[in-house]
Design a protein around this ligand. Structure first.
Ligand code: SAH
Length: 237
């Protein structure tokens, strides 16, 4: 089903020097529900530092596919995005992470998002394989993110795109019924009269203001019960 899986989306890390960045990228992926990683000529892998920085996302490292050839690593993809901090000499269509996610999610075939080396990024030749560049709109004077941080930003947008069509289940039960709220307001009014905060002969707008306050917060039944318990205790004093 469209927009229902992130398993088509592969993160390709090219020529990573610091194994910690591979682990941190795996963690960034797993937190956002991405599972597929490929490594092209990693300097050191497998590696204890990578495993440590993955913080439990070791399954992604364990399943990562390793390639000697960049071109080979891309053979089976139907759409390729290249993450790049800089606008290159070659002008290429550039997307934001969000528009990248909008393009990538509906594709019912493997899609690659390629990330480059810590010190030099992706070469122009490597970018030529890409349908689009993806640029995180960072500050022009300091535009380069750590590679795992760049993976995190793009993975987050992929996740948001996936969730867009998913109905968010509200964590809270429905707001209390009018009937239950009216019981609360009646109880509140009686109590305020009992404690002489409200003069029934000169009520002014107090109850209306309190209704506005509580109505804004959309109380649920259990919260109404707590408030009514407090009112009962107050009346008993
Ligand atoms: N000096 C290198 C920076 C590499 S950072 C350069 O100028 O390209 C390592 C990788 O992180 C980059 O190759 C890219 O894939 C990703 N990255 C870093 N900052 C990014 C940004 N602002 N937008 C998109 N990708 C970015």
């Amino acid at each position: 089903m469209a927009n229902n899986t992130l398993d088509n989306i592969h993160i390709i890390l090219v020529g990573i020097t610091h194994p910690g960045n591979i682990g941190a990228s795996a963690r960034a992926m797993k937190t956002m529900g991405l599972t597929q990683m490929r490594l092209v000529r990693p300097k050191q892998f497998p590696n204890a530092e990578a495993t440590a920085r993955a913080c439990g996302a070791d399954d992604i490292l364990f399943n990562a596919q390793i390639f000697d050839s960049y071109e080979e690593s891309l053979q089976d993809f139907h759409l390729v995005f290249g993450a790049s901090a800089r606008q290159r000499e070659i002008s290429w269509p550039v997307l934001t992470p969000r528009t990248c996610a909008e393009q990538a999610l509906p594709i019912q075939a493997p899609v690659a998002i390629v990330f480059g080396r810590e010190n030099s990024g992706l070469t122009n030749q490597e970018l030529e394989y890409c349908n689009y560049l993806v640029q995180i709109p960072s500050d022009a004077n300091f535009s380069s993110l750590n590679v795992a941080a760049a993976v995190q930003v793009i993975a987050y947008e992929l996740r948001m795109e996936k969730l867009k069509n998913t109905k968010f289940d509200s964590a809270l039960p429905s707001p209390a019924s009018v009937e239950n709220m009216e019981r609360l307001y009646k109880h509140l009014e009686e109590t305020l009269i009992d404690i002489k905060f409200l003069n029934p002969n000169h009520p002014r707008l107090l109850m209306r203001r309190l209704r506005r306050l509580f109505n804004r917060t959309q109380l649920i039944d259990s919260e109404v019960n707590i408030l009514r318990g407090i009112l009962t205790a107050t009346q008993e004093k």
